[in-house]
Design a protein around this ligand. Structure first.
Ligand code: URA
Length: 244
């Protein structure tokens, strides 16, 4: 692997920043300063950055973040808006958001450097439930609208899967879905005559947003990460058992 990429994967810096570190003479391979970011290296090459040896794959971490409104959930934004990743400034490893929330949605989003886990948690076939607290317009939500949301709503990209729906107040519901289509909750509510006025994600699988303040983050414990891993594994096992 190219030296700059190796440093980025080790969580030292972004690939571009790693190239600058190499050019500045801060990186050694087997004790010798190397100025070529394209040098081919692996775990046995003895790569060190600022004197710190980088061997072996980095430890995986997962953070829960309470995304405020206006913050984007991509790793980088071309329009210079704040990103969820910038809400965890003290973490040296490169983090990626697990799935997306719209800029105008607040609430629970996970960040991790474990690409395989992120993929499993967001792939629809793993059926990880996410609950949204939704304030809607269009008057009080009636039984008919609730029933349609529960059974599935026809959207331009097909029917939605059955959802769990609970009315919390006259114009506020909690909706749990397993899919992750673009602006899905907004489109579902709009389709039943109740445009979304405010949307917040309050759970992701077994995790709850809880008391995390807007913009705050916390690192998940090993036990919580294991539960997430088990969750995506058990859905796959169940599908295999069903033969689907
Ligand atoms: N559904 C939406 O419409 N928006 C989100 O951000 C998440 C789910």
């Amino acid at each position: 692997m190219r030296l700059a990429k190796y440093l980025a994967h080790a969580g030292v810096a972004s690939r571009r920043a790693a190239e600058a570190m190499i050019r500045d003479g801060r990186v050694t391979v087997a004790g010798d300063v190397v100025l070529d970011p394209a040098l081919d290296v692996d775990e046995r090459s003895g790569v060190a950055a600022d004197g710190r040896r980088l061997d072996g794959p980095e430890r995986h971490v997962v953070y829960a973040v309470n995304k405020p409104l206006g913050v984007v959930s991509t790793a980088q934004d071309t329009h210079g808006r704040p990103t969820v990743v910038s809400l965890v400034p003290d973490e040296p490893r490169r983090l990626y958001p697990v799935g997306r929330l719209d800029a105008d949605t607040s609430g629970l989003i996970l960040l991790t450097n474990d690409g395989a886990l992120a993929h499993r948690l967001t792939h629809p076939s793993f059926e990880v439930g996410k609950t949204y607290r939704v304030r809607v317009g269009g008057g009080p939500v009636g039984e008919q609208a609730l029933g349609r949301l529960r059974e599935g709503v026809r959207l331009r990209d097909g029917m939605t899967a059955p959802a769990r729906v609970v009315r919390v107040r006259k114009a506020e519901i909690e909706l749990t879905i397993h899919e992750g289509r673009n602006r899905q909750v907004r489109r579902m509510c709009e389709a039943v005559g109740h445009p979304v006025e405010a949307l917040q994600r309050v759970t992701f699988g077994p995790l709850r947003l809880g008391v995390l303040a807007p913009g705050a983050h916390r690192r998940l414990s090993d036990a919580e990460v294991e539960r997430l891993r088990g969750l995506s594994g058990s859905a796959a096992t169940e599908r295999k058992r069903r033969g689907s």
